[in-house]
Design a protein around this ligand. Structure first.
Ligand SMILES: *Cc1c(COP(=O)(O)O)cnc(C)c1O
Length: 411
């Protein structure tokens, strides 16, 4: 008999978004007259079309593929030089990152999951709570955890609580971890880490010979010039960190698919026999074995994000979403609820009223205002009592959500 990877059986079967979909469907069926009013502020997906410069570059890429003289078959697994060079020059200038330390992929979700291929199964893994669920579930699949308890917390993981008390930025723990997942600006809380906080994490990683897996998918949303965009702005990070980036949230590539990992050649891990091996070497081997490169028209489109027109168009997209975030923050405040995030990130993280649980608030918003939010508890038990409102929406929808939110809590 073919056996299965039984670690999959430990997974809490995709609880959050399927449960949201189930409740929305049930509401719509029971309330056909108000179902059309439903506004979705739940899922973290962009809503605005691709920047014109990207569309043009992708068209050009397709045209090249259509002619014998310019047709391209398999590209370099690590990505085209023109894109890796553009990334280094535009996103990592002066940070000591070279183009051959950039690996282009079809997105960050895949990269943050796949990276576990190159690590052992005996690492202590630190994960923030609340958290982007991919980090947890991919560790479960890899067999790096025990079973989940009644609260959904997996044995063997080190959870780092993020609360109002620490500004939703995890404190450096006392205990030793080997792998640490950090995401700034944060999904779901919208929190950002200061330079001093990132310095503390890099110092911790170096003292413990640990590696930081830094997810900077939302770096383009940082407004405060004092907030670092990359972990490589921190001295010493080149010895202990790798960084994940994506074109999904800046260029609106969620449906196009392109991301990248930065792995400095100086980051190493132990081979269990006293030796050290560069992660770059392992990831290069992994990437070229299991991946055949992102598509050429997509990489052309991604490079166009860094053209002068592309930069201006991306800036306009960010301004649009951050304008939404500002309105949502104001509405939450006017409703008398505690508000976090939404200043350097497209997510507003709000406290539930009168001791309501996250799911109570979800139901209240759906039933009384026909607005779909994401319950904070779905991202981890420390998210209980909070809800996330996404700023990825049209302005008209956000304005309507703000009106309903104020009326709901006032009424
Ligand atoms: C959206 C998002 C990403 C990007 O994922 P892609 O696969 O590149 O679309 C990465 N990390 C977090 C936390 C995200 O929310």
């Amino acid at each position: 008999m073919a056996t299965i990877n039984t670690h999959f059986l430990k997974l809490k079967a995709g609880y959050l978004f399927p449960e949201i979909a189930r409740r929305v469907k049930a509401y719509s069926e029971a309330n056909p007259d108000t179902a059309a009013r439903i506004i979705r502020c739940g899922i973290g997906d962009v809503t605005e079309p691709l920047p014109a410069a990207v569309v043009e570059a992708m068209h050009q890429g397709v045209e090249e593929m259509a002619k014998r003289e310019t047709f391209k078959g398999y590209g370099p697994e690590q990505g085209y030089e023109f894109l890796r060079q553009a990334i280094v020059e535009n996103q990592f200038a002066g940070l000591g990152i070279s183009a051959d330390e950039v690996f282009i992929s079809d997105g960050s979700k895949c990269d943050t999951g796949n990276i576990l291929d190159i690590f052992g199964h005996d690492n202590v893994i630190a994960i923030t709570d609340p958290v982007y669920p991919v980090y947890v579930d991919t560790n479960v699949m890899a067999g790096n955890t025990g079973d989940a308890d009644a609260n959904g917390a997996y044995g063997g993981l080190m959870y780092l609580p993020c609360t109002a008390a620490n500004g939703f930025v995890a404190d450096v723990p006392e205990a030793r971890a080997d792998l640490i997942y950090l995401c700034f600006p944060n999904n779901p809380t919208g929190a950002v880490a200061t330079r001093a906080q990132l310095e503390a994490w890099v110092a911790y990683a170096r003292a413990n010979d640990a590696i930081i897996l830094f997810d900077a998918a939302y770096e383009a949303y940082i407004q405060d010039p004092a907030v670092p965009h990359s972990i490589f702005e921190i001295e010493g990070a080149h010895e202990c960190a790798i960084e994940f980036r994506s074109f999904s949230k800046n260029g609106g590539f969620t449906g196009v698919r392109c991301g990248y990992v930065i792995i400095p050649k100086t980051v190493t891990g132990g081979d269990g026999k006293g030796g050290r091996v560069p992660l770059h070497q392992l990831w290069s081997r992994r990437h070229s074995t299991k991946f055949n490169g992102a598509s050429y028209p997509v990489q052309k489109g991604a490079a166009a994000v860094f053209s002068p027109e592309g930069k201006a168009q991306v800036a306009a997209l960010i301004e649009h979403y951050m304008g939404n975030a500002k309105l949502l923050r104001e509405a939450v405040t006017a409703a008398g609820l505690p508000v976090f995030g939404g200043v350097n990130a497209p997510y507003v993280w709000a406290g539930c009223p009168d001791g309501l649980s996250s799911w109570d608030m979800f139901d209240k918003m759906l039933n009384e205002a026909q607005v779909v939010i994401t319950p904070g508890s779905g991202f981890g038990s420390a998210g209980e009592g909070y809800f996330r409102i996404s700023a990825f929406n049209s302005r008209a929808n956000v304005e309507e959500v703000c009106r309903r939110l104020k009326a709901l809590v006032a009424g």
